[in-house]
Design a protein around this ligand. Structure first.
Ligand code: ADP
Ligand code: MG
Length: 197
């Protein structure tokens, strides 16, 4: 039975979304984790070779990024969520909210609104708060934030993938707590996680 209910802050999938699973033989969460991780590794390799700096701030790039990371596993990879989740905005608002966020980020870059890594972490938090896709939003948002850091702010990426955030660890608890604090307007805990880079 695939269930991520014991992982704090994970989004449960509804039956329609589970039907999009491309491997029908999977029975456990850890098998799914492994297949997703393999897809992320190959997807990122492909993407790194094909990335065009100017495209990174577009909604098409956002969709292509999610698709590259999850398309071998999920039929709906790269397509926006249609269902309500415990996190995230109304599914009907996703594309507008994402467009607004990317426009905001473009303006922050153009006008130096925030110090570079504050701009990146604000983008990171707001992106995962929108929760554009049925699943994979955590990994997608962290990878996207790293791409923005590297391509638009010449910052060293955090490389969240190496921080073991997908399992129920204290590191994940701290990370989820930092996002919840950011939901309430306090960015300091997320700042700390960026600073320990
Ligand atoms: N209160 C919150 N505010 C913002 N983001 C959150 C909150 N709680 C959890 N998250 C994010 O949502 C992610 C879980 O969404 P999910 O789509 O399952 O992503 P993934 O499959 O990559 O873990 C978490 O990894 C975390 O990044
Ligand atoms: Mg998940």
């Amino acid at each position: 039975m695939i269930t991520n209910e014991n992982v704090e802050g994970a989004t449960p999938l509804d039956p329609d979304e589970l039907a999009g699973l491309k491997f029908k033989h999977i029975t456990t969460q850890s098998q799914l984790d492994e297949l997703e991780q393999a897809n992320i590794v190959t997807g990122l390799l492909w993407l790194k070779k094909n990335i065009v700096r100017e495209d990174v701030l577009t909604i098409n790039f956002a969709m292509d990024l999610h698709k590259a990371l999850f398309k071998n596993v999920w039929g709906w990879a790269g397509t926006f969520r249609l269902t309500e989740k415990n996190i995230g905005i109304d599914p009907l608002q996703v594309s507008v909210a994402l467009r607004n966020l990317l426009d905001d980020l473009s303006a922050w870059i153009e006008f130096n609104t925030y110090p570079p890594f504050e701009a990146v972490l604000r983008f990171h938090h707001q992106l995962v708060k929108i929760h554009p896709f049925p699943n994979g939003n955590g990994r997608f948002s962290r990878i996207y934030a790293d791409i923005i850091a590297e391509k638009h702010f010449a910052l060293k990426p955090v490389q969240w993938g190496g921080r073991n955030l997908d399992k129920m660890t204290q590191t994940r608890r701290d990370y989820i707590n930092s996002l919840r604090a950011a939901d309430g307007g306090d960015l300091s805990l997320l700042f700390e996680l960026y600073r320990t880079n």
